[in-house]
Design a protein around this ligand. Sequence first.
Ligand SMILES: O=C(O)C(=O)C[C@]1(C(=O)O)C=C[C@@H](O)C=C1
Length: 106
Amino acid sequence: MTDQNPEHAAIDGAVREELERLRDSIDNIDAAVVHMLAERFKCTQQVGRLKAEHRLPPADPEREARQIARLRQLAESAKLDPAFAEKLLNFIIAEVIRHHETMARA
Ligand SMILES: O=C(O)C(=O)C[C@]1(C(=O)O)C=C[C@@H](O)C=C1
């Protein structure tokens, strides 16, 4: 059944506009996240090279513990779920360690 009420059509239009505006912001934020991650990986690539050259272990669990504690605090003050922030950092670091291990083998 189609809605014939023109007032509803106007509301739908406003909702669609609001959705589009929010999605534009989401797309901008996602682009910023990708660019920031790319910069982070450029840094960790250099760390990986340094570690491989000097035979240092790919992972540093003490450094990770400090990063996680710091990020959880930042998340809390930003009203972001600290558990989510921790999971995200662990996910990123796991990928970095994988890269470091590949470099150490090369
Ligand atoms: O700081 C280091 O030693 C790194 O190798 C970088 C990094 C990170 O991605 O932040 C990755 C692996 C380590 O376990 C700790 C931190």
